[in-house]
Design a protein around this ligand. Structure first.
Ligand SMILES: NC(=O)c1ccc[n+]([C@@H]2O[C@H](COP(=O)([O-])OP(=O)(O)OC[C@H]3O[C@@H](n4cnc5c(N)ncnc54)[C@H](O)[C@@H]3O)[C@@H](O)[C@H]2O)c1
Length: 264
């Protein structure tokens, strides 16, 4: 699959890794549709890149279906879906006051990171399966997990298990959608510099977390995530696989700061 003139939907494209992907793909001639909840940031990124913004909440079937109808009406059926929307709240199973978790944030994290991802996959693939072939394939889905799926931290029961489930989604979805010539791959990033970090941590904390990466000793950059997205689009043999991009990161010694972990 080439990038130039291909219609790509970037879910969560208003910020962070998704925004980096929008900027990179648009600069290489893709027709990019940003699907995001945040219309203010989404419109700004769209204006700056020549992409188009479509508002949707990925946990809603109707909202995502409506957005895909609008995207298809504008560009034709999209061939690439990049799922970057996600949240990572931290909350303990048992708080310091020994109160059990109330499950609200756990349920919300699973709903958004897992159910929302599956929702956009289904809406995208059902339209593309009815579309024309492009050479030997129709298109590709790229989901975003996290190294937290393998190496989860205290306070991240919801986040880590939602991302492990996104990895678990990869193979059965790839096997099913192979019948429609649609590939599925997942990226598991390590620590990347995005608003998720910038809004919650001091520069000193960010530098300390970056130094935990084995090599290079820094946080990843959104454009480096975008490079992996582009490789997956271009290489038809990448299918049914989860690829770590984490600078050989081990989170064994890392603790989410107390400031980040809600006490229920
Ligand atoms: N930044 C990292 O270090 C890192 C590491 C591993 C995995 N990830 C994963 O990468 C993805 C992107 O992370 P990021 O750091 O760029 O986050 P971010 O907060 O910068 O961007 C997330 C985007 O998702 C959108 N979004 C949130 N809820 C939505 C909803 N219900 N419907 C539609 N859009 C919604 C937000 O508006 C935002 O634009 C997430 O899934 C995250 O878990 C990030």
């Amino acid at each position: 699959m080439k990038i130039e003139d291909t219609t790509v939907v970037v879910v969560g494209g208003a910020s962070g890794l998704g925004e980096g992907t929008v900027r990179s793909l648009a600069s290489k001639g893709a027709q990019v549709a940003i699907l995001d909840l945040d219309a203010v940031k989404g419109e700004v990124v769209a204006d700056e890149t020549g992409a188009s913004f479509f508002a949707a909440d990925i946990v809603s079937v109707d909202s995502v279906s409506d957005a895909f109808d609008k995207i298809s009406a504008k560009y034709g059926t999209p061939r690439v879906l990049v799922n970057c929307a996600g949240i990572g709240p931290a909350e303990k199973a048992v708080g310091d006051n020994l109160e059990p978790n109330r499950l609200d944030s756990f349920r919300r994290t699973i709903d958004l990171n897992l159910v929302g991802t599956f929702n956009t996959c289904c809406q995208f693939a059902s339209r593309l399966a009815a579309g024309k072939m492009n050479g030997e394939e129709r298109g590709v889905i790229i989901n975003t997990a996290s190294v937290a799926a393998y190496d989860g931290q205290i306070g991240h029961c919801g986040y880590a298990s939602s991302k492990a489930a996104v990895i678990g989604l990869t193979l059965p979805l790839a096997r099913e959608l192979a019948a429609h010539a649609i590939r599925v791959a997942t990226i598991a990033p390590g620590n990347f510099l995005t608003p998720m970090f910038e809004q919650n941590l001091t520069p000193e904390q960010i530098a300390a977390i970056g130094a935990m990466t084995t090599f290079p000793k820094r946080l990843g950059r959104p454009e480096e995530f975008a490079m992996m997205v582009e490789s997956i689009i271009l290489n038809p043999m990448i299918n049914g696989e989860t690829i770590r991009i984490d600078g050989c990161l081990s989170l064994a010694g890392m603790q989410l700061g107390d400031a980040l972990v809600r006490q229920n």
